[in-house]
Design a protein around this ligand. Structure first.
Ligand code: 15L
Length: 265
């Protein structure tokens, strides 16, 4: 991997990665729909609206691998999700294939699986159960990735990211916390491991409360350094300040599940 493109450079995860991945590859191009406020003078940056295929073709040209974080990162109106995450994701894979890009690491999300109950441990061989339009778009992205891998030979890794932060911030995040450095490790497996064809990994650290079986990532050498348990007391103290959420507290996706929930059965 000589030249990497990372989309979503101005977002929360992109902003962390711009620091953590500095110098990791000979050349990294960063992109987003807007310029990051803290862009350093030595960072190669290009503006692109993912919904515009020509703009995506321009940023993809000449790269060997893509880390696709770009898009809308929470629940939103259908038009927003459609343009940023459905059309945008399709454009990115299509442009990557046309340009001869070898690998894509797609930032999927736990919200593709959010309606699994917290009492169930899930791996990567179960049906998607999205908890939001956002979660649907992530399940769509995984499907697009599988298609380009199987039909066109792109090497694709989907990371079902939990919650990236300095520490888990509530009880749910004790199960799904992802230390930023562990995310970098997963990205590097996707970009570099010789046996990747199409894989799904959970983006979680070594969390005692985990409800995901991440043995597929470990099979590729993933050794997470973060342990959410180290922050248990502070996460539970923060949880105690939150109002109860009878639906969200039952499911893995938390508030994404209770949002707009109106089942009466
Ligand atoms: C996500 O997918 C979101 O991008 C992030 O903002 C958090 O909400 C995270 O999931 C989470 O589930 O905590």
């Amino acid at each position: 991997m000589q030249k990497i493109l990372v989309t979503g450079a101005a977002g929360g995860i992109g902003t962390r990665l711009r620091k953590l991945m500095k110098g990791m590859y000979p050349s990294i191009r960063w992109s987003d729909i807007r310029k990051p406020d803290d862009l350093a003078a030595d960072e190669d940056f290009a503006v692109a609206d993912l919904a515009n295929l020509d703009a995506v073709k321009a940023i993809v040209a000449g790269v060997d691998g893509i880390v696709h974080l770009g898009g809308y990162s929470i629940e939103g109106p259908w038009e927003t999700i459609l343009n940023s995450n459905i059309v945008g994701c399709y454009n990115m894979f299509e442009a990557a294939y046309r340009a001869g890009v070898k690998r894509v690491v797609f930032a999927s999300s736990n919200h593709a699986m959010g309606f699994y109950p917290r009492t169930q441990t899930i791996g990567v061989n179960v049906t998607v159960r999205p908890d939001s339009r956002y979660g649907i778009s992530k399940a769509f992205g995984e499907a697009v990735g599988a298609f380009y891998a199987d039909k066109h030979g792109l090497r694709v890794t989907c990371l079902r990211i939990g919650n990236v932060g300095d520490a888990p911030v509530d009880q749910r995040r004790l199960a799904i916390w992802l230390k930023p450095e562990d995310l970098v490790q997963l990205i590097r497996i996707g970009l570099e491991h010789r046996d990747i064809h199409f894989e799904i990994f959970y983006g979680a650290s070594d969390n005692a409360d985990a409800w995901w079986d991440n043995s597929n990532a470990r099979r590729f050498g993933y050794k997470p350094a973060g342990k959410a348990d180290d922050y248990r007391a502070q996460a539970l103290a923060a949880q105690a300040t939150l109002p109860p959420d009878p639906v969200g507290d039952r499911y893995q996706g938390g508030p994404f599940c209770s949002d707009e929930y109106d089942r009466r059965d």
